[in-house]
Design a binder for this molecule. Sequence first.
Ligand code: NAI
Ligand code: A1CAB
Length: 270
Amino acid sequence: MVNGEKIGFIGGGNMAEAFINGLLNAGARTENIRFFEPNHDRRQHIAETYGVQAADDNRELVEWAGAVVLAIKPQIVKEVLRPLHGIFTRDKLLISILAGVSTRTIEGLLGGEPRVVRAMPNTPALVDAAASAICRGSYVEEGDMEHAAGLFRSVGTVHEVAEDQMDAVTGLSGSGPAYVFTVIEALAAAGVQQGLRLDVAHELALQTVYGAAKLVKETGEHPALLREKVCSPGGTTIAAIRTLEERGLRASLMEAVAVATRRSEELGRE
Ligand SMILES: NC(=O)C1=CN([C@@H]2O[C@H](COP(=O)(O)OP(=O)(O)OC[C@H]3O[C@@H](n4cnc5c(N)ncnc54)[C@H](O)[C@@H]3O)[C@@H](O)[C@H]2O)C=CC1
Ligand SMILES: O=C(O)[C@@H]1CCC=N1
């Protein structure tokens, strides 16, 4: 983000917290970040943990900010944005991280020709390892995409995609951390079943997933090639891989991403 820019968060939930944390780690100043959050406990938690100021309401927040991150649940987008109709003047940029909700819907709710960027980050933003994608609204200005990309880069990686790909991004990387958490949990359970202590099994499962991802990232090698290097002829791994293929791990993941993509599309129609 531009140094010294005022960034406001509508909503102080999990994702807003991840970004506030990431921005501060990246050198943003506390006085340049504000948020509005109606839940008292969350408001207090964010204000006290990060030393950032809570606004009294969303209108006050938007009037103060240069860039606004919309971080509420998609189901309440209409009730939250309708009262803000007309106050998103051309000097403000709105970045929405809502699953499913199109830039066209948001632009319609805000009125006029608001500068809107739609984004889909994920929770590893909390540890500066988010995978995010962004797409442009109808009225963005030159520089807005790079500007928004800077926010997401401060907590991980970012790609620009066409808006018709955002639901697929949501199904893959937006929801994806939950799939991987399930894999870690299942591997640990499998280790326990084979007689390992839970703490040892959990640590082995976690480090294996972390190490495998790091190996793909740092070598740049295709995962299939890296997998071949683990599979000794007639050995343990190829026996396990055959079982995973027979039980449909690949098809299960493809179907999971398809279902999540469709759910994202539905959220946009609700
Ligand atoms: N949790 C995730 O992994 C991801 C979530 N998203 C999207 O981010 C958005 C936020 O998700 P979370 O942070 O997980 O949800 P959350 O439920 O933790 O946060 C939403 C916050 O908005 C607050 N809120 C309710 N009414 C409000 C109002 N009128 N004004 C301001 N704030 C209000 C709620 O009290 C709550 O703290 C959702 O639209 C979701 O689709 C995107 C990527 C990943
Ligand atoms: O589950 C959800 O709807 C949100 C969007 C992506 C991750 N969490």
